[in-house]
Ligand binder design. Structure first.
Ligand code: SF4
Length: 402
C-alpha cells in the first residue's frame, strides 16, 4: 500500500477519532461527510475513542466501511488487507477493560511536527472523574515496559534534541501490580542510559508530582523546566463532585514547591468551567485560587456533557452563556499571567530547540521564541531575548537597536 498525497486521491482513508468533548465528536462527523463528498470512492475506516464509545453512530455515516475501536486497533492492517471482504462493513469493538497490555507502534519520527517527537509510554486510566469518558474508551492504566521506553528514547535521540513523554495519565506509569519502578525511576534511567538532550513531561496529575520527581526536574539540565498539572477547579466542593483525588490546598502545595525549586519554570493547568452545579461563588473561588498561584498559562475548557458519565445527568447544568463568560474571564486572567511571565525574560538568555517552522523555537520553559534568522530544525541552543511578540518572545537583534 502506498501513501496518497491527500484524501482526495486515496482509496482508503483512516480517521483516528477523539471523543473527549461533543465538539470532537462533531468534528469527526464533519470530516467523514467531507471526505465522502470529495472522494465518494474512498473506503473510510474510523478508529479511536469515538469509535470505541459509539460505533453504531459512526457506522451510520455515509462512506464508512469499518468502525474499529481502540480494543481492536492492532488488527487494522489485517482488516484493510482482506481482499475477499470478509470483514467488510463490520464493527470491530470489544471490551476495552479486557486489554492489559500496552500496545503501540514504535515511534521513529516527529510526525506532523518536524521536531519534538511525542512518545506515548502509558495508556488508559483507573480514575473515574465524573465528567470524563476516557476510562471507558481507553481502558485500564497500562505502561510501556521500561526497556522498550529506553530503547525508543535512545533511537529518537539520534535524530531529535527533545523528546516529549506522554500518556493518558502519565504519572501512573509503572503502577501496575508487581511493578516497583515509578515514573521518576524511569526518567532517571533515560538520563543515565540514553544520550537524550531534553526530555519534557507532557501532563502529570498533581499528586504524582512527588518531591522526588520535582527535585529531579529541578536539578537536571536535561529535563525541560515545565510543570503541567491538570487542576479542573479551584473550589473544594466542585473537586469533590468531580471525584478528583486532591483538594485545592494539596494542589497549591505541589505548584508552590515547583515554583520554589524552579523559579523560571512554565507552570500550566487544564481548567474546566461550567461543571454541573458550579455556582457563581464556586467559580469566583476558582478564579481567586488561580490568581493566587504562579501559573504561566492555562488551557481553559468549557464543560460538555459526555454520554454515560455521572456528570451528564447531574442536576444544575450551567447555561451555555454563563459557561462561555466564565471561560472568557479565565482566559483573560491566563493572558495577564502569561504576559507578566514573558516580560521577566526580556534581556535574559533561554535555552531553546528550533522547530523548523521558519524562525520559531521553543524554550525549555515552554515559550515560543521568534529567532532573528531562519534556522534548521532540531538545534538546541541558547538565545538572548530582546523583546516580546503577541504570544511569545523575540530573539535580541543588534540591528534592530542600531
Ligand atoms: S484522571 Fe484524567 S483521564 Fe483519568 S478519569 Fe480523570 S480526567 Fe479522565
Amino acid at each position: 500500500m502506498d501513501a496518497a498525497e491527500s484524501w482526495g486521491h486515496a482509496d482508503l482513508v483512516v480517521l483516528n477519532s477523539c471523543t473527549v468533548t461533543s465538539a470532537a465528536d462533531e468534528d469527526l462527523r464533519h470530516t467523514v461527510r467531507r471526505v465522502h463528498r470529495e472522494n465518494p470512492d474512498a473506503r473510510i475506516l474510523v478508529t479511536g475513542c469515538y469509535a470505541q464509545r459509539a460505533p453504531e453512530e459512526i457506522a451510520a455515516l455515509p462512506g464508512v466501511e469499518w468502525v474499529v475501536g481502540n480494543s481492536d486497533k492492532t488488527h487494522i492492517p489485517d482488516l484493510v488487507a482482506d481482499e475477499l471482504g470478509h470483514f467488510h462493513g463490520q464493527i470491530h469493538v470489544h471490551d476495552i477493560f479486557a486489554q492489559h497490555q500496552f500496545l503501540s507502534a514504535p515511534v521513529e519520527d516527529a510526525a506532523g511536527d518536524r521536531a519534538r517527537p511525542n512518545l506515548k509510554i502509558q495508556d488508559g486510566c483507573n480514575n473515574r472523574c465524573s465528567f470524563c469518558v476516557i476510562p471507558f474508551v481507553r481502558g485500564r492504566s497500562r505502561s510501556m515496559p521500561a526497556d522498550q521506553v529506553i530503547e525508543q528514547v535512545r533511537g529518537l535521540s539520534r535524530n531529535y534534541r527533545e523528546v516529549v513523554l506522554s500518556g493518558v495519565n502519565l504519572g501512573r506509569w509503572g503502577r501496575e501490580p508487581g511493578s516497583t519502578m515509578r515514573l521518576v525511576g524511569l526518567v532517571k534511567r533515560m538520563l543515565d542510559e540514553t544520550p537524550v538532550e531534553r526530555l519534557r513531561l507532557s501532563s502529570v496529575e498533581p499528586m504524582d508530582f512527588s518531591d522526588e520527581l520535582l527535585g529531579l526536574m529541578a536539578e537536571s539540565g536535561r529535563i525541560a523546566k515545565h510543570v503541567h498539572a491538570p487542576l479542573q477547579s479551584g473550589a473544594d466542593t466542585v473537586l469533590r463532585r468531580m471525584h478528583r483525588k486532591y483538594r485545592p490546598r494539596h494542589y497549591a502545595d505541589r505548584v508552590q514547591k515547583a515554583r520554589a525549586w524552579m523559579p523560571d519554570a512554565a507552570v500550566g493547568a487544564d481548567v474546566m468551567v461550567g461543571f454541573p452545579g458550579e455556582t457563581d461563588a464556586e467559580f469566583e473561588e476558582t478564579f481567586q485560587f488561580i490568581d493566587s498561584l504562579p501559573f504561566t498559562y492555562l488551557h481553559v475548557f468549557t464543560y460538555s456533557a459526555r454520554p454515560g458519565t455521572p456528570a451528564a445527568t447531574a442536576p444544575g447544568q450551567v447555561p451555555m452563556p454563563i459557561r462561555k463568560e466564565r471561560n472568557r474571564r479565565l482566559r483573560e486572567l491566563a493572558e495577564r499571567k502569561n504576559l507578566a511571565f514573558r516580560k521577566r525574560f526580556n534581556g535574559e538568555t533561554l535555552s531553546v530547540v528550533t522547530l523548523g517552522q521558519g524562525k520559531m523555537a521553543l524554550s525549555s520553559n515552554y515559550l515560543k521564541v521568534e529567532l532573528v534568522r531562519e534556522s534548521h530544525d532540531n538545534v538546541l541552543r541558547d538565545v538572548r531575548i530582546g523583546g516580546l511578540t503577541d504570544q511569545g518572545l523575540r530573539e535580541f537583534d543588534p540591528l534592530r537597536v542600531l
